[in-house]
Design a protein around this ligand. Structure first.
Ligand code: AMP
Length: 326
């Protein structure tokens, strides 16, 4: 089970941190993937663009390879049981632990005028999303590690208080560790909301991809063998590992070690490899986005599958709590 907020265009961080795993998992597990539209309300109170954003995220998910017939692909707000479970979990979530959450502290810094209770209880809603399907594997990027730990705590607390209903959810990734895709400016991660020029979107045109990659920070290059790579160069290599062939990467690595690397060539190669990777996804997503009828069918089918699973869990939850009076 996992989700992505419809707060902007999807980028390479979303793809390599989350979506790539979704696509692989759908072949091996029963899966629930959702567009987290309720979560987006915590920071985007203006909902005029919501419908378009939801359609866009759905299209991009499908263009990346998610198959709505194999998984439950749905909108969070279409499964009302989420809100009910969120309410119960809120009574087991403490102000102190919520205020300590890194993402909450970041959001308070970014939106000092909109520190609402939904923002504070964001990880509780996320826990509700996950355990609503009694999910145990949650494919997410590294930035979600703390939220997953909280989801585990809430699930365990519920089990302790009311009896075993939920398995312990774990952050999941097919590689050995969770992924953090760095931004092109060498400061932090690619993100929907920060520095648009340092983030490569799945919807970027070829021209835009080239422009962004060529702007990535470099320097004059190493002058002595054995010089450690600065973070911003390491980031470029890390991005290359996502989209370029192994022999291409080793060639540039060797050039770096021998102090003959030309960063212009490195970036040109990276740009072309990114264009090759993104173009088919962008074209497919554009075609899907224009098919409203198809997207409506996808959402209906997803809501039906997710609703069925949610209703079964909520029966157990109400029974465990003691809310079954007749
Ligand atoms: P969000 O865009 O915050 O709704 O995140 C959706 C999914 O993408 C989550 O699983 C995140 O962990 C993942 N994600 C977002 N940005 C990155 C990044 N730069 N690197 C790796 N994963 C990311």
């Amino acid at each position: 089970m996992s989700g992505i907020r419809p707060t902007g265009f999807l980028h390479l961080g979303n793809y390599f941190g989350a979506l790539r795993n979704y696509v692989k998992m759908q072949e091996e597990y029963p899966c629930f993937f959702m567009v987290a539209d309720l979560h987006s309300l915590t920071t985007h109170p203006d909902t005029k663009e919501l419908k378009l954003n939801v359609q866009r995220v759905l299209s991009e998910n499908i263009a990346c390879g998610l198959d709505p017939d194999k998984v439950a692909l749905y909108c969070q707000s279409h499964v009302r049981e989420t809100s009910e479970l969120y309410l119960y979990l809120n009574m087991m979530a403490y102000k102190g632990e919520l205020e300590k959450t890194t993402t909450f502290k970041d959001k308070v810094r970014q939106h000092p005028d909109n520190v609402n209770a939904g923002l504070l209880t964001y990880p509780v809603l996320q826990a509700a999303d996950i355990i609503l399907h009694r999910a145990s594997l949650v494919p997410v990027g590294k930035d979600q590690e703390q939220h997953l730990e909280m989801a585990r705590n809430f699930a365990n607390r519920f089990n302790h208080r009311y009896g075993d209903v939920f398995p312990e959810p774990q952050a999941f990734n097919y590689g050995s560790e969770l992924v953090k895709v760095p931004s092109l400016d060498g400061t932090g991660k690619m993100s929907k909301s920060e520095n648009q020029y340092a983030t490569i979107y799945l919807s970027d045109t070829d021209e835009m991809i080239r422009k962004k990659v060529m702007k990535a920070k470099t320097d004059a290059g190493p002058t002595e063998p054995g010089t450690p790579m600065p973070d911003y160069i390491e980031n470029i290599f890390m991005l290359m590992k996502l989209v370029s062939e192994a022999d291409v990467i080793s060639k540039f690595q060797e050039d770096y070690d021998q102090c003959r690397i030309r960063y212009g060539d490195l970036k040109k190669q990276l740009a072309e490899d990114m264009v090759r990777f993104i173009t088919p996804v962008r074209e497919k997503a554009d075609a899907i986005r224009n098919d409203e009828k198809y997207l409506k069918d996808v959402m209906e089918l997803g809501a039906e599958k997710a609703g069925k699973s949610a209703r079964a869990t909520m029966e157990l939850v109400r029974q465990a709590i003691g809310l079954n009076y007749f």
